[in-house]
Design a protein around this ligand. Structure first.
Ligand code: PMP
Ligand code: GLN
Length: 398
């Protein structure tokens, strides 16, 4: 297209939109896109309605309303022991915008940015559009262990940033203290910042605790911490996020944010501020509820013939479908189960640049028990029929 930016023109439509559309077309149980069902806190939704009626309805400050900046600062202090002032907080329209503001605000053309695959799909296009050169290393299934040698080798004189997502989408890895100390040392040695995507900060299981990189010695000055009210309160459509960083690091990020969205609806900010202060029980209880749903889905998928990988955090689990005997790609598999079994999932290769393992599907377990049970019933059919590529092409039974 003559008038299009070539980088974006070359991108496909995001896999989450693609699979949700396909799920809708086929009336599938949507275990693909990461949005929760049946977990929305009613009191918070009511608080939004009140805030909407009360107003104001005009532009809030580009940095966020005073009440939300204060509430986020208090939350950082309370939840993670990261004493934070409101001036160190900037409100954004979701974590997606926070990430874009960080990349546009911090990257100079030619800078190198170290990232760890599998990774969330919005990172690379924006980093490239900002002029950055991605340097990719991988954590490998089934244990997703940090590849320390490769990570060390990925850092060089032009490295400007590391992007760290813990707990990780899609693989549910929760970085431990030792891995974070290793990363912190690299950042110090190379004088780099880290953009820390911590949207699943409260969703850790089996007694694990999320450790923000910013909580390690010396890392307050290097860590740019991103949060999402959508994830904290299971209200992903609200699109309220934030960046927490030292004021001098935040300043260039704010310069980018002012030209991206500038600000976020005031009633949403007001409601989220109230929620962070008043809905602490919800926030503390969510991981327990999701752990139960994770176990329900994992048991069902295992019974349906999948090899389920362990997941320590996030909304997602990864399952190997090779034991089902399916020989096509993960994209083929996810399309096939959406169309023929009526269950949508996300191909894990969508979280890689290329050369990804092609026999894993990501399932979201932040759904109702009923949705999980229906999905499992439908997937049992696959185990009984052992579908092949021929089934896909209509040359054999499902
Ligand atoms: N980062 C990760 C790792 C995610 O999974 C998501 C998706 N929800 C986001 C960022 C974006 O969050 P938000 O909806 O707040 O923009
Ligand atoms: N983060 C969500 C997921 O991984 C989706 C967000 C989106 O659709 N852009 O499924």
């Amino acid at each position: 297209m003559a008038h299009a930016n070539s980088l974006f023109a070359a991108c496909g439509t995001t896999i989450f939109e693609t699979m949700s559309r396909l799920a809708n077309t086929h009336g599938a149980v949507n275990l693909g896109q990461g949005f929760p069902e049946g977990l929305e806190p009613a009191a918070l939704v009511e608080r939004l309605a009140q805030a909407d009626r009360a107003g104001p309805h005009q532009y809030p400050s580009m940095m966020g309303t005073p009440s939300l900046r204060q509430a986020v600062a208090d939350h950082e202090t309370r939840a993670w022991g990261l004493a934070t002032r409101p001036e160190q907080v900037m409100v954004t329209s979701g974590a997606t915008e926070a990430l874009a503001a960080c990349f546009f605000g911090l990257i100079e053309p030619g800078d190198e940015v170290v990232l760890i695959e599998p990774l969330y799909d919005s990172y690379l296009p924006i980093i490239r559009r900002a002029g950055g050169t991605p340097k990719l290393v991988r954590v490998e299934p089934p244990h997703w262990t940090l590849p320390r040698e490769q990570l060390t080798a990925a850092f060089g004189p032009r490295t400007r940033l590391l992007v760290l997502n813990s707990p990780t989408n899609p693989c549910g890895k929760v970085y431990d203290a030792d891995e974070l100390a290793f990363i912190a040392d690299l950042l110090d040695r190379h004088d780099c910042l880290a953009v820390c995507d911590e949207v699943y900060e409260h969703l850790t299981f089996d007694g694990r605790r999320h450790i923000p990189l910013a909580s390690l010695p010396g890392m307050r000055a290097r860590a740019v911490k991103i949060g999402s009210a959508g994830k904290i309160f299971s209200l992903t459509g609200w699109k309220v996020g934030w960046v927490v960083a030292e004021t001098e690091v935040l300043a260039p990020i704010a310069k980018a944010h002012q030209f991206l969205t500038f600000t976020t609806p005031p009633s949403l900010q007001e409601a989220v501020a109230w929620g962070l202060e008043q809905q602490r029980d919800y926030l503390d209880g969510l991981a327990g509820v999701l752990q139960g749903r994770r176990d329900r889905l994992a048991a069902g998928l295992t019974a349906a013939g999948f090899r389920v990988l362990p997941t320590g955090g996030s909304y997602f689990l990864t399952a190997d479908f090779a034991p089902l005997g399916f020989t096509g790609s993960d994209a083929d598999f996810c399309r096939m189960i959406t169309e023929k079994a009526g269950v949508a999932a996300i191909p894990v290769s969508a979280f890689y640049q290329g050369g990804a393992p092609a026999h894993y599907a990501r399932f979201c377990f932040a759904k109702t028990d009923d949705a999980i049970d229906r999905a499992i019933e439908r997937l049992q059919v696959l185990w009984l029929a052992r579908p092949t590529k021929e089934a896909l092409d209509g040359r054999g039974p499902l």
